[in-house]
Design a protein around this ligand. Structure first.
Ligand code: ADP
Ligand code: MG
Length: 272
């Protein structure tokens, strides 16, 4: 029988960090409780797995770049009575829809909580072990354009495959005058039926021809996005503005566009 003196080294070589940390303390616990060898080993293994899992989740939370503090716990559903709390909870409660590569489209004017909701669902999914990555859409478009210039677009798209959910925030801010917005179409086509997108936009579909180079590409992009999708339209006053008024502060004099309505081809948003 080999000496236990080498045990810390062996555990380190095997990269069993949690076991290396806890084996000794747990051994005395095992003696106190009269565990047999297998029971002791089982507890050690469980701890190792649990620590790995929480380290992985912490890593995924960091890489997600999700806005901090935008969770369901901090979202006030009373502010948007027409928004179904249950529906949002259901999307946050399980990553099944993401596993099925479904999309989630959040529409509504500025300041109604689209980014907050997208991030909250993202955070909830990360906690369940789903890999999520948040992007301001304009930043992602720039990144993909650069990759295309360097002839690495395919690689760049494949690199995003590791994320089950990509959040494309403020989709409507992209303008085709920014050139080569077809990279956005290529992303949508690439993710179609293989990975999920959460898209937020204050532009209804009818105005998406401002984003893509031509009508055909616009229709093709919308088609792919809505084929397997939940569509939520928030038609409410800006939370930001209400908050500013509540606090009695000077309201920033930006004009919020009137609530936009949209009709995706062949469907009514309320029935989706
Ligand atoms: P949008 O993306 O629709 O422009 P945001 O999600 O950025 O709006 O919301 C604007 C600000 O108001 C953010 O700080 C957000 O956290 C907050 N906010 C919006 N709606 C709510 C809500 N219902 N409950 C709590 N905070 C909210
Ligand atoms: Mg936003």
């Amino acid at each position: 029988m080999s000496s236990t003196a080498t045990l810390p080294l062996l555990l380190k070589q095997l990269r069993l960090a949690s076991m290396a940390r806890h084996w000794e303390a747990l051994l005395s616990q095992a003696r106190d409780k009269g565990w047999n060898g297998a029971e002791y080993l089982a507890v050690l293994c469980e701890q190792e797995l649990a620590e790995r899992c929480s380290r992985r989740i912490a890593r995924h939370a960091k890489e997600s770049r999700l806005p901090v503090g935008k969770s369901l716990a901090t979202f006030d559903f009373d502010q948007i009575p027409q928004l179904s709390h249950e529906r949002i909870q259901a999307l946050a409660a399980t990553g099944d829809w993401a596993a099925q590569a479904r999309n989630l489209l959040l529409f509504g004017p500025s300041g109604v909580g689209k980014t907050h909701l997208a991030a909250a669902i993202g955070h909830a999914l990360v906690e369940q072990g789903v890999r999520v990555r948040y992007f301001a859409t304009t930043a992602l478009v720039q990144q993909l354009q650069l990759a295309r210039e360097q002839l690495h677009l395919e690689d760049a798209l494949h690199k995003l495959d590791k994320y089950r959910v990509l959040i494309l925030d403020d989709f409507g801010y992209v303008k085709k005058s920014d050139q080569e917005t077809q990279v956005l179409f290529e992303l949508i086509a690439h993710r179609y039926e293989t990975g999920s997108l959460i898209v937020t936009s204050n532009q209804p579909f009818g105005q998406w021809d401002r984003i893509f180079p031509d009508q055909m590409m616009t229709v093709a992009a919308v088609d792919r996005l809505i084929h397997h999708a939940d569509i939520i339209e928030i038609d409410s006053d800006s939370y930001r503005r209400k908050e500013a008024l509540r606090q009695g502060s000077e309201e920033p004099m930006t004009t919020t566009p009137a609530p936009t309505t949209f009709t995706p081809p062949g469907s009514s948003p309320a029935t989706r």
